[in-house]
Design a binder for this molecule. Structure first.
Ligand code: H79
Length: 431
């Protein structure tokens, strides 16, 4: 009897403990996840003192610069053209619903007013302005959500220790303890989640530099969700999501692809998905990188993401002066024009019942299925679906009827001509 009692007690303890460990997202968090899935399009912004060297955000480690000397860049950081309102308006006009800003990148420089280190934009630069405060206010005003990119790596702090594979040849000497560093991050995250109003999400990056480090992610995630239960947590660790995360991101690839080489182990989860991509080849401003993708390519990436149930987080690397490169502005303007006509076939949709095909993707909303023809050099197109009864099939652009036949294999569309639009959209309305 006594044994049964002890066994039951043990069993209950185990159940209780594991139940405690399991993350249960709040109702607000779940609502925000659906908002995120609907949003489909956001702006990534990589901006820091590295922008002055105009060689990307990895310049400190890539060029093995002396870290003590690199710090002095801050003395000259005076982005005279910075205008948060303009940044947010450009994003909004492009059809973007949120902005993810680098609050602190791997170089360890904080782009906000933090009490945890003087190595920040307010204390260490003549600019002295908290750009995150201004960005938060502008986002609030224009109805965009603000997310913070937050680096786990720190190539500046001596207590970022043990070191990973990067940031090694910069003349630093380690000191302090790992716990100091963890406490520093907790304190900064607390500032970010208390001083700037509601935050859409935290976008972690750098775990991959030292996967076996004692990152204490659960402690961090619990802190974030305690401060703002609705805040979505994502971590760019290139793996399937860990416990406590709310969305899954894919770097430079759509879910299921691995062209960039980071996503070999990134099994697709049921959480909201996001792909991040650059317009040229670099995240932080790079004076040499004029290799911009075409507007058509960028729209195809956005549509491809939507057809794969993912958002696109498209990057801009502002200049040291605080303005966006003209190439980025022009592309965003053109994407915005496209979005004003076709945005509704993407935003608020989910991946369609027909998975990605050679010719394109599908999205769906209510009783509508959108066929996004991105690449077709004939007029016939077989849609492999026999599932539902058709009410009508029209060309989305002008709502003219599209001829079709129902076959055993599916719906055979007969287009009037070979599609030449960036994205030729056919709308099927089901009965
Ligand atoms: O913020 C942007 C980049 O600075 C950061 N993430 C985006 C959003 C980033 N840069 N590179 N990576 C992420 C990918 C990591 C590259 C790696 Fe490696 C290749 C990690 C492991 C192999 C380079 C070589 C670093 C360690 C070894």
């Amino acid at each position: 009897m006594k044994n049964i009692f002890i066994t039951t007690l043990l069993f209950l303890t185990v159940v209780f403990c594991s139940a405690q460990e399991k993350y249960v997202p709040s109702q607000e968090n779940l609502t925000n996840r659906e908002w995120f899935r609907d949003a489909k399009f956001g702006m990534f912004i990589h901006w820091g003192i590295y922008s002055m060297l105009a060689d990307g955000e990895w310049v400190l480690t890539n060029k093995s610069l002396n870290e003590a000397e690199y710090q002095k860049l801050a003395d000259g950081f005076y982005p005279s053209k910075f205008n948060a309102d303009e940044w947010v308006r450009i994003a909004k006009d492009a059809g973007m619903k949120y902005i993810c800003f680098t609050s602190r990148h791997h170089d360890g420089f904080s782009m906000f007013d933090t009490k945890q280190s003087d190595y920040n934009i307010v204390k260490a630069t003549p600019f002295k302005r908290d750009v995150i405060k201004e960005l938060a206010e502008a986002c609030q005003k224009h109805g965009l959500k603000l997310f913070f990119y937050y680096s786990h790596i720190d190539w500046h702090r001596p207590d970022y220790y043990p070191w990973g594979r990067t940031g090694r040849n910069t003349g630093r000497t380690p000191s302090g303890t790992w716990e100091d560093y963890l406490k520093f991050m907790d304190a900064q995250l607390t500032e970010l989640l208390t001083n700037y109003g509601p935050i859409g999400g935290i976008w972690f990056d750098g775990w991959w530099d030292k996967p076996d480090a004692d990152w204490q992610l659960e402690r961090q995630y619990t802190l974030i969700h305690r401060l703002q239960p609705g805040c979505l947590i994502g971590n760019n660790h290139h793996k399937a999501p860990f416990e406590g995360e709310d969305f899954q991101m894919f770097e430079r690839d759509l879910p299921g692809q691995n062209k960039a080489g980071y996503s070999a182990d990134a099994e697709i989860s049921a959480l909201p998905l996001e792909s991040c991509e650059t317009m040229n080849n670099t995240w932080g401003y790079n004076i040499n990188d004029r290799n911009f993708k075409s507007t058509k390519q960028l729209i195809h990436t956005l549509v491809g993401a939507a057809g794969n149930n993912a958002n696109l987080l498209l990057n801009v690397g502002p200049r040291p002066g605080g303005d966006f490169p003209e190439g980025s502005v022009r592309h965003l303007k053109e994407i915005g024009e496209w979005m004003r006509t076709y945005g509704e076939t993407i935003q608020g949709t989910r991946a369609g019942i027909i998975p990605q095909q050679d010719w394109g993707v599908t999205t769906q909303k209510g009783n509508k299925l959108y066929i996004h023809i991105l690449n077709l050099n004939k007029t016939e197109l077989l849609l492999p679906t026999t599932d539902r009864k058709i009410k009508s099939i029209v060309c989305f652009k002008d709502q003219t009827p599209v001829k079709y036949k129902k076959t055993k294999e599916g719906i055979l569309l007969q287009l009037n001509e070979v599609p030449t639009d960036i994205d030729h959209i056919v709308e099927i309305i089901w009965k």
